[in-house]
Structure formats: structure tokens, C-alpha cells
Design a protein around this ligand. Sequence first.
Ligand code: FDP
Length: 340
Amino acid sequence: MDHAADAHRTDLMTITRFVLNEQSKYPESRGDFTILLNHIVLGCKFVCSAVNKAGLAKLIGLAGETNVQGEEQKKLDVLSNEVFIKALVSSGRTCILVSEEDEEATFVEPSKRGRYCVVFDPLDGSSNIDCAVSIGTIFGIYTVKDYHEPTLADVLQPGKHMLAAGYCMYGSSCTLVLSTGGGVNGFTLDPSLGEFILTHPDIKIPKKGKIYSVNEGNAKNWDGPTTKYVEKCKFPKDGSSSKSLRYIGSMVADVHRTLLYGGIFLYPADKKSPNGKLRVLYEVFPMSFLMEQAGGQAFTGKQRALDLVPTKIHERSPIFLGSYDDVEEIKALYAAEGKE
Ligand code: FDP
């Protein structure tokens, strides 16, 4: 064993160290946010370990199977939800939780309340679990006005009021991308240490990209601007090269690639789903927050995504997000349509 190399590893920038450093910039801080984030990180590690075993489900009894002890095992998305709810409640720093898995918001019991609201999708892209494609957890954090009397209004706020947002992608590596409002940083889980290490400091999305990402199977139902935009990606008339199409169908993975390589991710409205498919609170807002923090843009087809004021916790919205110039083009097409 190379002890010298191991010794060096102790000065790595772990996510805990990173957040503590950030915290030290605010002398009035009591460390509540750091504690909350530690609990989210714990949830991510737990889910990562469960996802890694998903392919062995039939052998060891996960996801709806019965295990060797004869106990009924839970579906991964149900399990992930329970993991995050328990982690967040036991942090003692939350008061309202909104999860994709639960119809109603969870109001934390008074003795365990803190001042944060967390909106999250515990396992997004879950239709990809059985074929081992990357999936992820998405989260956004708000502060409550008065934690003695939390109400739904505390989470039905525009995305621009979010304090922090992030996602954890369970892929070929486990990657956590986080913004607390001062840029975007990416951390990769080192399985040998069980720690997330800062591997992608200060992520900036390229100003213009070469990739578009959309479910083209819905094309016959798209509106004019989306149709024109995708046509332009494939058959540009200004002499530029066509864009490449990449669509995994797992939002975290598609957005992660868009953030790192540039380009645009679209989940537009269509005739069958006039509000698109993706959920405002725990898909559209956190990803839009990260995009803006990385120098990109996020647009709903009508307005800046983070200006949207949700009226229901599971509301949906169309979304176009990614490189600044690419989103600018789709905005111009919607503006032109408005003038017709
Ligand atoms: P999934 O249905 O597998 O859970 O909102 C969920 C989501 O995946 C996103 O992760 C993904 O971007 C989108 O739906 C894919 O939808 P389509 O299958 O309609 O393309």
C-alpha cells in the first residue's frame, strides 16, 4: 500500500469541507444549511448503493422481490423516497418536504422542524432503472417564512427564490452537482473513501453548443416554434453545421451532459400535454437554477423559467434549457410567433 499517496488524499476538497468553507464566509451562520446538506448527501450515498445493486435484484431480492429473509423488498423509487424523507426529517432542519412520490406535501412535526423546505424527485428517470441507464435525484431548497407556521405558500414560490439546488446522478460514476447561488460545482463519489470529492469546480456551460436533446417521437404534436427550432438544428440555413442529437430520456443525465458539453435540452408542450411533462418544483426549477448559475438560460416558451410562480406542488411546465445562445434562438422563435 502506498501510504504517502494515501496521506496526500486527506487534503482533498470533500463536499463537507467545501460547504464548511462556504459557511465560514457568513460569520452569522449557525451551520444549519451545512447540516441539511450533509443529510442530503447521506441520502444520495444510500440511493447510489441501492441503484448499484439494482441489476442484482432478482438474485438478492430488491425492488418488489422477496429477499432471502422472506421480507418484501421495496421498489427503488419508493425506497429512495423513504430514504430522503427520513434523512431530511432527522436533520432537524426542515419543515416542509415536497416529493415527486407523494401526492401531498409532508409537514414535519413541530419538535423536528427547522427553517428549510426541500422539494425533490428522489429517483428521476425511473423508467430507465431496469436497463441500467443513468438516473438521479433532483432537489431544490427554499427557506420558510415562519417555521412555527409553515404553509404551502412557502414552497409555491418562484424558482428564483431558491436558496440552493442540485442533483445527484447515479451513472458510470456517482456525481453530485450543487449550486448555493454562487456558481456551480460538481463532486464525484470516491467509493473507496465514501466521500464526494470536488472534481468539477466552477462549472460554466459553453455559450453555444453542438447538441440538441429532445424526444423527437412527439414531433407531430409540437407547436410551431419548437418544430422550427428542431428543423433548424438539423437543416441550418446559415451555413453552420447541423447539431447532433443526444437523448437519454433521463433528465438528470441529459441535463448533466448539456451542462458539461453545452447545447440545449427541450421538453416542450405538445398537443397531448399542453404543459409539457416535467414538474416545475423538483425538475424544472432546480435544473433552471443550475443552468443560470453556470451561465446558461432556462425558458418555458413564455417566460424565464425561474420567474414562474407555481400554483400546485406537482405542476408541470414546458422547458428549454442550456447554452445561452441556443436558448436565445428558441426565445426569438417564440417572440416571432407572438407577433404573427
Ligand atoms: P421518467 O419518465 O423515466 O421518470 O420526468 C421523468 C422523466 O423520466 C425525465 O427524467 C425524462 O427527461 C423524461 O421523463 C422522459 O420523458 P419521455 O419518455 O416522454 O421522453
